[in-house]
Write a protein that binds this ligand. Sequence first.
Ligand SMILES: Cc1cc2nc3c(=O)[nH]c(=O)nc-3n(C[C@H](O)[C@H](O)[C@H](O)COP(=O)(O)O)c2cc1C
Length: 445
Amino acid sequence: MTRQIHLGAFLNAGVQGTAGWRHPDASPKFLTADHYVRMAKILEEGRFDFAFVPDALSVPRSLGGSFAPAVNWGSGTPRLDPIPVVSMMAAATTHLGVAATVSTGYHEPYNVAREFATLDHLTGGRSGWNVVTSFQDAEAQNFGQRRLPPRDQRYGRAEEFLEVTTRLWDSWADDAIVGDKQSGVFGRPEAVEALDHEGEHFRVRGPLSVPRPPQGYPVIIQAGASESGRSFAARWADVIFCSHASLESAIAFYTDVKARAAAHGRDPDQLKILPAATPVIGRDTADAIARHEAFADLVSVEAGLSRLAYHVNVDLTKYDPDGPLPPLEEVGVEGHYREVVEFAAKNELTVGQIGRWYGARTEGSMVGSAGEIADVIEQWVDAGAADGFVIQAAHVPGSFDEFVTGVVPELQRRGRFRTEYEGTTLRDNLGLNRPGRGEWKARRA
Ligand SMILES: Cc1cc2nc3c(=O)[nH]c(=O)nc-3n(C[C@H](O)[C@H](O)[C@H](O)COP(=O)(O)O)c2cc1C
């Protein structure tokens, strides 16, 4: 059988991308529950594996240390808290997975384990956690720090965070609740364990106040691109997000991360790699190009640069907009930075031109008819660059609507995408095994 494709939807709990809110058809109701419920229904109609809500804990101060550009252009702000948003989406659906981003930098494992265990129970096993270590100084400054801690320190904390969280999920055996009304025995104390964890970052006694999640562990998502990030993701993640400027760099990443998972004793197929893509769909190629150009016209150079500065955590106002971008050190999102370096070198772009391109870029070269976009999706999966994609919407709900009515049926016709959900949990639909109690021992470094 041909490899089945997995699809996630990248949905900001706010405005989309750099100028998604300016699109003539963009809904302005992004602060209402109806907006997210509407999107959840569209995505479930399209048999998407899951909807994913990204997050950051600040209003970016990416240009000149001020939040004014972010507010002015609606870039990286506003952001609603993802957990209530995905809860609403799950309540309105029956099979769609829901994944929320929570940073290991600015929470405690007990709260996060409890939050996702609750979400997993309430959704019948449809939850996912996008584990991030955060990437901006502006976030650090909301939590008593002056600067973002160095990457190794962030991943060190994340490593211990994941160990404690998974152990908390494991603190109840799957059959710990008896609920015997006759005898009055509710649960078996011998099936519930404390952790008594004392580590470098956390001291957690346990057990968790919520029984083991239906999925064992909610689906763990990560997007590490650096050396430490890849090593962390290859061990802990069930799903990896990435972002690439070319098929070649996507193949190199895919091969590297799958090999790391295998070296750690994991079945590489139990790790799904989903690059981000922003499809622009038209009646034909020319129509799609015209639509993309019309969208790109909504993105100012400053808005694009503000977004890039936010992603790389470097104030780009210090560079000449008419000159090349010099090499940057210790960037925020390494994957996006590499993408920029690759694309800018190939096309000899100045800083200003990079800003304009970055603000309107369509990862995965997906500008075309529905058939052409399905071709690219198949090509990347068959070339060993992806197990599917996380689809970013240029604007909502239009971009998801067009994808679901155009590209999804095309993939289904080609036998590459489900017409019905395979199971009831997110793990079922992604083809991922349910982790047994104690799986954390195999995942840690
Ligand atoms: C598709 C995608 C989605 C991401 N979503 C978030 C997010 O919601 N919040 C966040 O702080 N970082 C997000 N990131 C950034 C990653 O979590 C990570 O910081 C980044 O890839 C850098 O990894 P590194 O620290 O290993 O270089 C995302 C990255 C990608 C490619």
